[in-house]
Ligand binder design. Sequence first.
Ligand code: BGC
Length: 511
Amino acid sequence: MAGGAHIETGGRHYEGEVTAFVLITCFVAAMGGLLFGYDLGITGGVTSMEPFLVKFFPTVYKQMLDDSSTNQYCKFDNQLLTLFTSSLYLAALIASFFAATTSRMFGRKPSMFLGGLFFLIGALLNGLAVNVEMLIIGRIFLGFGVGYCNQSVPIYLSEMAPAKIRGALNIGFQMMITLGILGANLINYATSRHKNGWRVSLGLGAVPAILLCVGSLCLEETPNSLIERGQHVKAKTMLQKVRGTNNVDEEYQDLVDASEAASKVENPWKNITQRKYRPQLTFCSLIPFFQQLTGINVIMFYAPVLFTILGFGNDASLMSAVITGGVNVLATFVSVFCVDKFGRRILFLEGGIQMLVCQIVVGVMIGLKFGLNGQGSFNKGEADILLVFICLYVAAFAWSWGPLGWLVPSEICSLEIRAAGQAINVAVNMFFTFGIGQIFLSLLCHLKFGLFFFFGAWVLVMTIFIAFLLPETKNVPVEEMNYVWKSHWFWNKYIPDDSVPPAYNSSKAAP
Ligand code: BGC
């Protein structure tokens, strides 16, 4: 869950049902995910459109035309072009800290509204851009929008959702990210033939932004946020409305207790560094780091560029990006259905092995064709095989590190460290999204086909890390999570004896 903090129910079943109100919150969350996904998907296609390159990055374009016979690996290595792609994530990282304060002091709604508004300004600036400066400033606004959305929408969603569908909603957010990416790929495919198509692609980001702005104005504030800001009577009425029943006393009291306990923590940042929270600190930092080191955003940002380099025609390269985008959406369903049934570990491990195999195959194929000097091309059959392996890689990510990269950090933190844990998760994720976006084209130029082995090596490391260090957290109530750590061969020494709940059945917690 991106930037989300959720209030757990202690494994109890509160009265209430899935109301229409809750479904509207899903819609708003969907808008937040769509904004993020739309941007992830639109950028790669736009940066491979000829009129766009001619207008804003003529040196890259000239290099492409002049150097048709030279090193394919270094064709697109241009710092300004990468700055255009990755500036957004740095802006999002910074904005997520401001968003946390806005959400706490003024509520989730104003944060969502601001997220939509920033994104809208960014989309308009980009769609109407007349120079690179306007383009990059617009992108920074888009980044502010993503930062605010990723911080506030999931929190809003988690706080509104009844416990029994919270897990599904968690992955629902990722689902919307993937739909945003696919939608953007399709739009790019349609606009790429037109001279000013890039303006349409970039400008259309305004649509989900407007929907989010309007949606956030129409929705009510969460009970948790109302309690946090002292509006107790309104909070209880709201909870009754959300749950569709007047009998919400137990849940309401738990929210008040959780809010009081959380408000006693004076410094959550210091808190999470305590020895007993070492597992949470480790996973909240390393899971987003590893998620980005799978190399997924090389495909998400640069698929059309990558496919162009690999010899697919311009149209074919965008079409291939649409195919990988579709695989991303479909494979996310696999995790929705498997995550609570088979658990997190099996998805992580299977996904890791599948990604590694695909990276080795792609690296070897490119190495054999393009060698060290980057000269060569694929015939149709070879290009198709390559596409299949890239799709298998995307599918593996989409049912493992994609959704679990947001889910696991959000479910292992108890309330007193949840805000800090989530902030670390979002910040690390954005930082490495930025980093990979910034250095990928240089890495490709220098590591050549070895780039795929570079990411493959990281996938091997993270898979071993999960195999040995991540206990299974499926169906474990958050407040009983300590037992999971306590019964783990490595983490047990960090957990004080008195923090283990006696009633927990040890057989559930084995990794
Ligand atoms: C990641 C993004 C990635 C997307 C792909 C998300 O979970 O955080 O960086 O682009 O998945 O679907």
